[in-house]
Write a protein that binds this ligand. Structure first.
Ligand SMILES: Nc1nc2c(c(=O)[nH]1)N[C@H]1C(S)=C(S)[C@@H](COP(=O)(O)O)O[C@H]1N2
Ligand SMILES: [Mo]
Length: 324
């Protein structure tokens, strides 16, 4: 069952550090109550006098957490996507992801951390300050969307487990259960399951890097990576791994699914880059969904998917043609 999720009605970019703490605390307390009672964000934002629309209008900011571009309608977002565990067709995730059970769910955090451990879904939902972020998502296949995610910075979660000085990379793994994931039972399946992704530690700690538990005001639909997935908006979509069960901090660069499968086509970094083409197609532009034959809605692709100001520094001095 999808649940309404509580998000604070004031964008974090618009409030001072002290008010962030106070507001978030009281919002979170309210949020837990709302989640438990099943009353959604609508009621809550009415109570605080700010509607979701006003919130979005007020949130033009250059910190990268918001954009005024048109949102991709929720139905387009959740009916077209990639989640190979359920098949390789764009509609397969929406058709079959309901066969995955997402509650109870645990995420274990292991490797180079002072305090390895597990978080249950309830700990995650009630233990982190949820916020809404409107991000562009750009698939390596040259389609893109604008999505209002709900989540919290990955750095908030990592801090709880106390990364050691040897933690140089973070590896993520998706649930792998062939009973629930028909795409992993198929003989034609090309990926060595579980689906794996990774980030360099500084990328993981970027304020833009989000662990998402919801979108469009609700918990995540299964096909979009319920109950918890990564969102790295300046990288091609395949880095934004879904339905995470394990996070491992390591001192070695992790072997990720797509890089392992086709290293010349999909790099570890996978930063959105209009000037480095995929060997089989151009990355200079993208189809912004919804996109049809008659209205393809093709727009130019921006370096780092438009987030260069926020993350360009992480790659200073790196040859982006070599480290694609
Ligand atoms: N576990 C897992 N995560 C995944 C994928 C996948 O096949 N399996 N596909 C990736 C790709 S290629 C994209 S573009 C995004 C799509 O996310 P969305 O369907 O929520 O838009 O999920 C990414 N995360
Ligand atoms: Mo993708």
């Amino acid at each position: 069952m999808r649940r309404k999720l509580f998000v604070p009605p004031i964008p974090s970019s618009e409030i001072t550090p002290e008010s962030v703490y106070l507001n978030r605390r009281s919002f979170m307390q309210a949020g837990v109550a709302f989640a438990a009672s099943g009353i959604g964000m609508g009621a809550n934002s009415a109570a605080s006098g700010v509607t979701a629309m006003e919130y979005r209008k007020a949130s033009k900011s250059s910190n990268g957490f918001y954009t005024d571009e048109d949102l991709t309608p929720a139905k387009d977002m959740s009916s077209y996507g990639n989640f190979y565990e359920f098949g390789t067709g764009k509609a397969d995730p929406a058709s079959y992801a309901h066969e995955m059970s997402v509650d109870p769910w645990t995420v274990e955090v292991v490797g180079e951390v002072g305090k390895p451990g597990k978080l249950h879904l309830e700990d995650i939902m009630s233990g982190f300050d949820l916020e809404e972020r409107i991000y562009r998502l750009r698939c390596v296949e040259a389609w893109s969307m604008v999505v209002p995610w709900i989540g919290f910075p990955l750095s908030d979660l990592l801090a709880r487990f106390e990364p050691t000085s040897k933690a140089k990379y973070v590896e993520f793994r998706t649930l792998h259960d062939p009973k629930q994931m028909r795409g992993t039972r198929s003989f034609t399946s090309i990926i060595d399951w579980p689906y794996r992704e990774g980030l360099r530690m500084d990328e993981a700690m970027s304020p833009l890097t989000l662990l998402s538990v919801g979108m469009y005001g609700n918990t995540l639909p299964n096909q979009n990576g319920a109950p918890i997935r990564l969102v790295v908006p300046w990288k091609y979509g395949f880095k934004s791994i879904k339905s995470i069960v394990q996070i491992r901090l390591t001192n070695k660069k992790p072997k990720t699914s797509w890089e392992t499968l086709a290293p010349r086509e999909y790099g570890f970094y996978a930063n959105v880059n209009p000037s480095v083409d995929h060997p089989r197609w151009s990355q200079a532009s993208e189809r912004r969904l919804p996109s049809t034959l008659f209205k393809p809605n093709r727009i130019p692709t921006l370096p780092f998917n438009g987030y260069e100001e926020q993350v360009g520094e992480l790659y200073a001095g790196m040859d982006l043609k070599k480290y694609y």
